[in-house]
Write a protein that binds this ligand. Sequence first.
Ligand SMILES: [Fe+2]
Ligand SMILES: [Fe+2]
Length: 445
Amino acid sequence: MEVEKPNVLIVDDEDEIREILTFFVKSVYPCNVSEAINGEDAIDQLKKQNFQLVICDYNMPVKNGGEVYRYMIETDQPAKYVMCSSDTPQTFPVFKDSSHLFGYIQKPNLMNGVKEIVEKIKVESTKMSQSSALEKDFFPIGINLLLTLRNVPVDVFIKIAEGKHVKVYSAGSAFDETDFLKFSEKHIDKLYTESLTSKVIFQSIEDHVQQLLKKRTKANQVEAVIEAQSVILSTFKEFGFDDLMVPMVEAQIEETLKICNSDKTLGLLLGKMLKMQGSYLAKHSFMLAAITVALANKMGWNSDLTAQKLVMSSLFHDVFLKESVDNEVVVLKSGQYDGDFLDHPKKAAELLERIPKVPPDTGRIILEQHEVGEESGIPRAMPIHETSPLGQLFTFSHYLVDAILILSKSGPVTYDKLEAQLSGLGGQSSKYKKLMGLLKEIDLF
Ligand SMILES: [Fe+2]
Ligand SMILES: [Fe+2]
């Protein structure tokens, strides 16, 4: 049965805001969107068509948002009214009667505002149709993540046909290797949860990560942080970014910074990491953080802000890379990569933009992660002198980490072997030569 999509009216006199709101609304809510350029235009459209949701600016040249609100009350419009402004509704007397005010989106936080409103609509509509299982949305959850969590935080279903799901685990059940194998042998890598329980899932992931970070001792600190990194990366991959992840991401950044700042003997730290099992991406990201911060310090760039930018870039630069990649430099040298690989820096940089408190330029560092010079750099093949100083440092450290990972597979890593492995990087740019020289001053091996 085809369910009719709700109609949403977006009212703002600024073209750009309408465009952004339309994009955000459509990205999280299947609906038809109409736009109105001022209050009068909105009222005209409300006369002609039924809407379920109106997202309305306040200050507009021809009839303001308050007039639209009043019109909707007077004509008993069924649409939900959401005010979208940098001012709060309390600022305007018209909203003293808030009976029809469904919500408020504070500019400029449009994305989060839209998500909150959509979440609220979904909660309401579920309450209204709780008995109708047909209308429930299902939300994929990877068996990898369930195995990492070692338990099933919410009821989990298997999809047996389009729109048909059957419960296979109840909330609280354990999930171990046997469960994992049972599904992976059948080539099932995703199970499903009811979308409204996603908050519970995030909470459980968050608890898991915080627990990992809390349980760590001096001896297993690195292992704990790398494991937390695996969980965070798989969560991002599965769910994209959600505000609920902020505390866990912040805790992870703080922990990583602590290790980078406290461990004076980088060599010991690297040695420990090389011996560890675990995903390439988690290890690669974490080693990169340690090396790039150490090199920045050698360059005399030792502000907290620089360390923060470098750590964030390290931890999240490859968040969209496939888990199966086991050495990026090898992939790049082989020339056998696809569009997803080419896009991963851009996608990660865009994701970071959505996380609050990310220092400026972090996105740029991530964008330039593989820009090693005119010919071999991806995706833009930028000349090195056009890349940023922190970008160059990051890219160099990045190739260094992968070189260490390659070399460590066949015996002890030495400075000479590393130099040979990295020769040719960036066409022997003087910037990279300087960094190579500084490497000698770091106790790497
Ligand atoms: Fe990468
Ligand atoms: Fe990378």
